[in-house]
Design a protein around this ligand. Structure first.
Ligand code: DHB
Length: 311
């Protein structure tokens, strides 16, 4: 039987599949369901300094080809998630986890990360530089100057394993510029991609979500080509010490296979997990293994990053 095991930094995972931040990760109960599923890990809902209610409902809608959301960072506050991953890391059977975090300002981000640094948490941290949905707060990673100033400050005090969740980029020069920034820092991973920000879905004559007059982050089938391009662009440009987590448009073993072919070491599932529930991890793992068997691959290393070009 082939293995879908993987590593990120010094952390090992029995399976490369897991949830994407924002989906099935708001409460301990949801996180427990991911922990008990075939997923190799979980990431927590992005935690802010204080608990937040988020934007008014309806704020998520499934569509024929995926989803649109403008959640607005509803979460129970970073301490809730930090306490939980610390509790789990002391249990012998526990998987390794990702703690997703961001402040509503650089100052808040530093307060949060200093608290994590001072805590007993020894696991991975995902700094979310790409939330598209908080009115008046731009997606941080579209501003390379702000991104660089945050990272340079963070790495003056933060010594635990850290990666960043990125928005999609759409221009080759932006891939070059973003990679040049990330290559200056000891990041363990980048996660490509967050939702494609500020799309608009209409039914009959009306928007389908309430916040921001219907504008929201797009996920699902719409985003897979953009996600694969971002995974591969960063795989080609980043220092080999910075691994890639692939996220976007994964609803089958074939989709996960394509992310890994583009260079992903771990693959996250958002929209399809929301639609299908945690049993999706077993289904997609089986589909991925079937593809590996058909191709004669034993492990992800046999094909990771080995995308073929046309000469
Ligand atoms: C939300 C959406 C995102 O895509 C994200 O990265 C963080 C938060 C949200 O609206 O809650």
């Amino acid at each position: 039987m082939p293995s879908t095991a993987t590593t990120i930094g010094n952390f090992a995972f029995d399976n490369c599949l897991m949830n994407a931040a924002g989906v099935y990760c708001m409460t301990r109960q949801e996180l427990d369901e991911i922990e008990a599923s075939a997923a190799g890990s979980f990431v927590t809902k992005t935690g802010t300094l204080e608990e937040r209610q988020g934007n008014p409902e309806p704020r998520y809608s499934d569509t024929a080809l995926g989803s649109i959301n403008s959640m607005g960072l509803p979460n129970l506050g970073f301490q809730y998630y930090l306490d939980y991953v610390i509790e789990l890391q002391d249990q012998p059977q526990s998987k390794n986890h990702f703690l997703s975090l961001v402040g509503l300002s650089p100052e808040e981000t530093h307060i949060i990360l200093k608290a994590v640094q001072a805590s007993e948490y020894q696991g991975l941290v995902e700094l979310n530089l790409s939330c598209p949905n908080v009115p008046g707060k731009p997606q941080i990673a579209y501003d390379f100057e702000t991104t660089e100033s945050i990272l340079s400050e963070v790495f003056s005090y933060f010594t635990k394993p850290l990666g960043v969740k990125l928005p999609p980029y759409f221009d080759i020069v932006h891939f070059d510029q973003a990679a040049a920034v990330f290559n200056k820092y000891p990041l363990v991973f980048v996660n490509c991609i967050n939702s494609i920000g500020n799309g608009l879905v209409i039914e009959d004559e009306t928007v389908v979500i309430k916040p921001k007059n219907g504008f929201g982050g797009i996920g699902g089938d719409y985003v897979k080509p953009t996600a694969l391009a971002n995974v591969h662009a960063f795989y080609q440009r980043l220092n080999p010490s910075i691994q890639i987590i692939g996220t976007g448009g994964v609803k089958s073993g074939r989709d996960a296979f394509e992310h890994i072919l583009c260079g992903a070491s771990m693959v996250q599932i958002g929209t399809a997990l929301h639609q299908e529930g945690p049993s999706i991890f077993e289904r997609i793992t089986n589909e991925l293994k079937a593809i590996m068997i058909e191709k004669g691959y034993q492990s992800l290393e046999d094909f990771r990053g080995k995308l073929h070009y046309i000469n």
